[in-house]
Ligand binder design. Structure first.
Ligand code: DGY
Length: 325
């Protein structure tokens, strides 16, 4: 009998067909984001779940007693309760590599738009306020030749560093759990402590995964260490930053600006003070959101699912499950 998969997000038809050749499946109609309640209702008898963002915790595992594989449609897997999944013999996969360059491009969009006030000045022109030469208060900061500090030097961090080094002649600092000797050799990247990075960088890019160790890694103390001309970019997860501390840093000009693709709560609350601030560029978590990359992520998530349910090793099994497959 074929294994059964529930697909909780919309994916390209050809990816659905690929899954259908090996498994039975049902798919959420995609007209809106699936609610938690609907998700729990629809996974009662499934062996596999393809999903983005929903917490894989005791409650979900209890609702899906046959579940064996969760295939995340994202590289981040902070939605996994690893211990609970392991206790039930459920494995998890993610979608690394295929999105690295796309996310790195977006990080540079945030770097350039926040330093040169692109969004603020676009609004200025649209509002009909461009009547004479712009004032000094509208001037920005140079990106070329500046120092780029990357916290979390994984594949995406390295892709950001490559753009900074070869595209903009930037000096690269990085902070990571382990040294990246190749990046040091090829990009001249300098490994340093978090404090050294925060004190010396003009652009601080946070790319670390969200874990117990990185939750609110950047808070009041860390913003105090930054230059008052620093620009802070978050492309990881919102909870890696204390958002109140960020708001305080932007309000009190402790830093020059920020560019955010992620928020503590997503979608962001309509009354979040960040929405009223000029010195921050805000995006709705679109790091990997190009058609080509999202299609490649969907295909990789599907391959992970099919291989795992057919008893083969999935191509991108999350490292915490490596010892049980
Ligand atoms: C990921 O894949 O984790 C990204 O944040 C999604 O855009």
């Amino acid at each position: 009998m074929k294994k059964k998969v529930y697909i909780a997000n919309s994916i390209p038809k050809y990816v659905e067909e690929y899954i259908g050749r090996s498994c039975d499946y049902e798919i959420w109609d995609g007209s809106s984001k699936i609610t938690r309640e609907e998700l729990l209702k629809n996974i009662k008898d499934v062996d596999g779940l393809i999903v983005f963002g929903h917490k894989i915790d005791e409650e979900l595992l209890n609702a899906a007693p046959k579940l064996k594989v969760v295939s995340n449609l994202s590289v981040g897997y902070d939605n996994f309760n690893i211990e609970a999944m392991k206790a039930r013999g459920v494995i998890g996969t993610n979608t690394p590599y295929v999105l690295d360059d796309t996310v790195a491009d977006l990080i540079f969009a945030l770097i350039l738009s926040s330093s040169r006030r692109v969004v603020q000045l676009d609004k200025f022109v649209r509002d009909g306020k461009w009547e004479k030469d712009i004032e000094r208060s509208h001037f920005g900061l140079d990106v070329h030749g500046a120092t780029l500090g990357i916290i979390g030097m994984g594949n995406i961090g390295e892709a950001v560093a490559t753009r900074g080094k070869f595209g903009f002649g930037m000096d690269i600092l990085y902070h990571n759990r382990s040294r990246k000797l190749q990046a040091e050799k090829e990009l001249g990247a300098k490994y340093c402590s978090l404090e050294e990075l925060l004190r010396n960088s003009d652009f601080i890019v946070l790319m670390t995964p969200l874990t117990e160790d990185t939750k609110e890694l950047i808070s009041y103390k860390e913003f105090d260490m930054m230059k008052n001309t620093a620009i802070f970019i978050n492309g990881s997860r919102g909870k890696t930053v204390n958002e109140e501390a960020l708001i305080d840093a932007l309000n009190s000009n402790k830093i020059f600006a920020a560019g955010l693709d992620v928020f503590y709560k997503e979608p962001v609350d309509k009354n979040n003070p960040l929405l009223k601030m000029d010195n921050v560029v805000l995006l709705p978590h679109i790091g990997s959101a190009t058609g080509k990359t999202r299609d490649e992520m969907a295909m990789l998530a599907a391959e992970n699912m099919v291989k795992a349910l057919c008893g083969e090793k999935p191509p991108t099994l999350v490292k915490e499950f490596k010892d049980i497959v």
